[in-house]
Design a protein around this ligand. Structure first.
Ligand code: PLP
Length: 436
């Protein structure tokens, strides 16, 4: 039985210093200060704090640790590579091999360009689309998250007061009105409203960007293929943000899993075992907007970054991809994820708590609602307070999850899943007992 240890002096000191020197303090796995922690190390499916608590980790660094923390093959590859230098700006062998592997893995990829984060990948995807289409507006979906740049931090999951479609809502101070003027917002899983907005603005739109599974809301049947048809009809590049779904839902990402191919795709997280990476890939004619012919005429898209294609992230990604190609890896991931999804829904039902599990087996969450979950506004009707409290009660029982997500890794064993189910049952009973 897990019992959380009292906070050590060292952890208290680190938390104090974090608050003193960082504007928003150290990141907390839940909303309660009582659960604040500083990580000491993470291995496989476990994460440990400075007070000696070891948790089963479904936060997984917000997704990248698909193979689990400190996977031996990735650690070995990185250790070897470090001897040969860690940033050249110029391409090395691993970067070229990774580009070849990416083109082979991702259905829409004719060419690739590397960055260091998913934020950069979606930012450059939109710049590329604007240059290709010679238009400026982009359409995104309410509740979808595409990183921290100004075009992306609009009408995301952190929207408290949604506006009428297609008006955007800035989710941060400091986003210029001029950027907001270029963003249109549509409801996910609602092709009729989306089509109306696209038809009305077709001549101004540079791109439509979508998370193929938006947070933990899967696309309803036909939504992605209809969106594909709609954008094709108007020759508007369709951008899939696969920063979460890439290599997680399938080796070829959501485009393989759901069978719909975009024009451009942004990836990151799961491919490099926790080493900073972003990948922009797509159709040859669009990617060629960043090619030498256009650049020499001063008409090209500039894509650059000091750490783009760096050898450490590249060898880590190559090592991860070798692991992900092994037989049975995704089958095991899905089997374990599905077991946990089913158990969570059963536990809620046994305890008489209205809730549903939404997502796909490698990434999902338990939402406290007696309704359906098709879009962001449905999530607003869920009981967020209960969801937050459930996460705290889980942590008291040795399980950490992401805010609004369980990420499952290939390192989670059947025993981890058993222990999580037991913790979840006890946490749900405690939630009911508290009257929360
Ligand atoms: C779908 C999606 N896109 C983009 C990003 C941004 O990636 P990064 O945090 O690496 O900048 C994230 C990060 O959570 C994401 O979930």
């Amino acid at each position: 039985m897990f019992e959380r240890k009292t906070r050590s002096e060292r952890e208290s000191e680190l938390l104090r210093k974090g608050k003193r020197f960082m504007p928003s303090g150290p990141r907390n796995p839940t909303r309660s200060p009582e659960h604040a922690m500083i990580v000491k190390r993470a291995r496989g499916s476990k994460i440990e704090d400075w007070s000696g608590n070891e948790y089963i980790d479904y936060l997984l660094g917000s997704g990248p640790m698909l193979l689990g923390h400190a996977h031996p093959a990735i650690v070995a590859a990185v250790r070897d590579a470090l001897e040969d230098g860690s940033a050249y700006l110029l391409a090395g062998e691993a970067c070229i091999e990774l580009a070849e592997e990416m083109v082979a893995a991702v259905p829409c990829a004719d060419k690739v360009y590397f960055q260091s984060t998913g934020t950069e990948a979606t930012f450059f995807a939109l710049r590329l689309a604007r240059a290709f289409r010679k238009r400026e507006k982009i359409l995104k979906f309410e509740g979808g998250y595409h990183g921290m740049h100004d075009y992306a931090l609009v009408s995301t999951q952190w929207t408290f007061a949604p506006a009428d479609f297609p008006q955007p809502v800035a989710n941060s101070a400091g986003i210029p009105q001029s950027v907001l003027n270029e963003v249109l917002v549509a409801p996910f899983n609602d092709i009729e409203t989306t089509a109306r907005i696209v038809e009305e603005h077709a001549d101004e739109l540079a791109a439509v960007i979508v998370e193929p599974m938006q947070r933990t809301i899967p696309p309803k049947d036909g939504f992605l293929s209809d969106l594909r048809e709609l954008t094709k009809k108007h020759a508007i590049p369709l951008v899939f943000d696969e920063v979460v779904t890439g290599f997680r839902l399938a080796y070829g990402g959501a485009q393989e899993y759901y069978g719909v191919e975009p024009d451009v795709c942004a990836l990151g997280k799961s491919i490099s075992g926790g080493h900073p990476i972003g990948v922009l890939c797509g159709r040859q004619d669009i990617m060629d907007c960043a090619g030498p012919a256009k650049l020499m005429r001063g008409e090209g898209v500039l894509l650059s970054g000091t750490y783009s294609g760096n050898p450490i992230s590249s060898v880590a990604a190559l090592a991860a991809m070798r692991e992900l190609k092994k037989a049975g890896v995704y089958e095991d991931l899905f089997r374990r994820g599905r077991r946990l999804m089913t158990a969570l829904e059963q536990i809620a039902s046994d305890c008489g708590v209205p809730a549903l599990v939404s997502g796909e087996p490698p990434a999902f969450d338990l939402w406290f609602t007696d309704g359906k979950l098709m879009n962001f506004r449905d999530t607003m009707r869920c009981d967020g307070r209960r969801q937050g409290r459930f996460a705290e009660l889980l942590m008291d029982r040795g399980v950490i999850k992401a805010h609004e997500k369980f990420f499952v890794s290939m390192a989670h064993s059947d025993e981890d899943i058993d222990a999580t189910i037991e913790a979840a049952r006890s946490a749900m009973q405690a939630l009911v007992a508290e009257g929360a």
